[in-house]
Design a protein around this ligand. Structure first.
Ligand code: ADP
Length: 455
């Protein structure tokens, strides 16, 4: 029989288990083919052993699944690439690849974290195909959109998503708005108090549980609104959610990286993003040079853990700067010393980014005699049209941290716009009331897009 050349990835069909298209990775290292399956349950049908299971046929769309049912052909101990053995069900099904159609054995793998939903093993390839490892999709073009269409009927069926809002206070404006917006778009949203979530760390079946023991395994996405004092635990929970396949709007690493002012400043300079000249030193011996380095007084001293401008002070003279810096250091506080952008006149710009786009921006202005423009510090705010340069800067800053949602603060200087900071849980109240925009709605739409419910 003549053998057909295939690439190391191909689209295949398993029509008898209602999977018209699934991308398979050709894996000649594995004997039997396997498919990622969830909720695997053994049932008895007409006196025979069967399994019911769910398959997400599209790699990055976890809300879309096909419910399948097959007769159990065998159960086998399968050794994974990490060396451990796992008992798996084996079923038989008809595989279609190119113009060939034949029966294969398929093991049901319930471990997520693999990129491919299906692996095509040696047995299926034998005497039929030759693999050209330098190529992909030799037999069928990789038109993901086209294949996704085959599952349109499922998208219509599952009109609403199951969302979790991971936060501390349900009554905060931003949290209330996100719940409202999600419900208005037909989704179910549950408020999850960070402190009431707990985790089971287990290689086979990691879990997140909620107060009273409810296992949170059916959420399509989690929206984190983690206050700074909760960063450590909140980020651990997000890591856990993503390990069980729940999409997190802003990942754990994006949040923790953006909250470290020193690390962020380093990332900005590596990526060519301009910030006010900034210095950092551990030893109080270098205070004088630190002050010179950022251009002398007036300057700004920022506590690394500061939020809402609470740990930001200015020093008018070199003497005052030295005293403030040394006082902070004697308390073992980590601080940044920064050039004071006087020409900003106590104003800065907050850009709200959703899914790589600036959806709204406002200018904040400090109250008279103050330099901190935060609304929380008594400042006021107004609508503003930002320049293309500012827009590009804001988008780039959010992208560096891979934040899906971000509040990017920019200060206007004589050297052009400079980046101040990137906030991973930006508040909605000020920006929605000033711009009149429904930003909560934009956030929910961005989740639908990620989960491919809308385009
Ligand atoms: P926080 O993270 O605590 O909110 P920021 O770095 O955003 O601190 O600073 C708070 C406010 O102080 C800013 O909104 C801005 O108005 C002002 N500010 C911060 N850095 C500078 C600077 N280098 N020059 C002038 N004003 C600044």
């Amino acid at each position: 029989m003549s053998k057909i050349i295939i690439g190391c990835e191909e689209w295949v069909s398993l029509n008898d288990i209602k999977i018209p298209a699934i991308k398979a990775r050709v894996d000649s290292g594995a004997k039997t083919s396997s498919i990622q399956a969830k909720n695997i349950k053994r049932i008895i049908k007409n006196g025979e052993a069967w399994v019911t299971y769910d398959v997400n046929p599209i790699q990055d769309n976890l809300s879309l699944y096909v419910s399948c049912e097959s007769k159990v052909f065998d159960t086998r101990l399968i050794k994974s690439s990490s060396g451990e053995s796992q008992k798996r069900y084996v079923i038989k099904t008809i595989l279609e690849l190119g113009n060939k159609k034949f029966e294969i054995e398929l093991t049901l793998a319930d471990r997520d974290g693999m990129d491919y939903r299906m692996l095509l093993g040696r047995e299926a390839l034998k005497n039929r195909y030759l693999v050209d490892t330098s190529k992909s999709f030799v037999l069928i073009d990789n038109l993901e959109e086209k294949f996704l269409k085959k599952y349109d009927y499922l998208i219509k069926q599952s009109s609403g998503l199951k969302l979790g809002l991971l936060a501390t206070n349900k009554d905060l404006y931003s949290n209330k708005r996100l719940i409202e917006a999600a419900e208005a778009r037909g989704h179910k949203i549950q408020f999850l108090n960070i402190q009431h979530c707990y985790m089971k760390l287990d290689a086979h079946k990691p879990e997140v549980r909620y107060r009273g023991g409810k296992i949170l395994d059916d959420l399509d996405a989690v929206i984190p609104r983690i206050r700074p004092s909760m960063t450590f635990y909140g980020c651990a929970l997000l890591r856990q959610f993503s390990s069980i396949g729940t999409y997190c709007l802003n990942s754990s690493s994006s949040i923790s990286q953006s909250r470290d002012k020193l690390f962020s400043s380093q990332l900005f300079s590596i990526n060519g993003i301009k910030i006010p000249i900034t210095g950092f030193a551990k030893s109080p011996l270098e205070t004088k040079d630190l002050i010179d380095m950022v251009g002398g007084s007036p300057l700004i001293v920022k506590l690394l853990e500061s939020t809402q401008g609470k740990g930001v002070v200015s020093a008018e003279t070199n003497k005052a700067a030295e005293s403030v810096i040394n006082a902070f250091k004697s308390l073992q506080a980590n601080i940044l010393v920064q050039e004071f952008i006087k020409e900003a006149g106590g104003r800065d710009i907050r850009c709200f980014i959703v899914d790589g786009k600036v959806v709204a921006s406002i200018m904040r202005e400090a109250k008279k005699g103050e330099f901190r423009s935060n609304i929380h510090q008594g400042g006021k705010a107004s609508k503003i049209k930002i320049t293309i340069e500012e827009k590009k800067l804001a988008v780039k800053a959010a992208k560096i941290f891979k934040l899906d949602v971000a509040g990017v603060d920019i200060i206007r200087s004589n050297k052009g716009p400079l980046l101040l900071e990137v906030n991973s849980s930006p508040g909605l109240e000020g920006i929605e009331s000033i711009t009149g925009k429904n930003i909560a709605n934009e956030i929910i739409i961005s989740i639908e897009k990620k989960l491919k419910l809308s385009s």
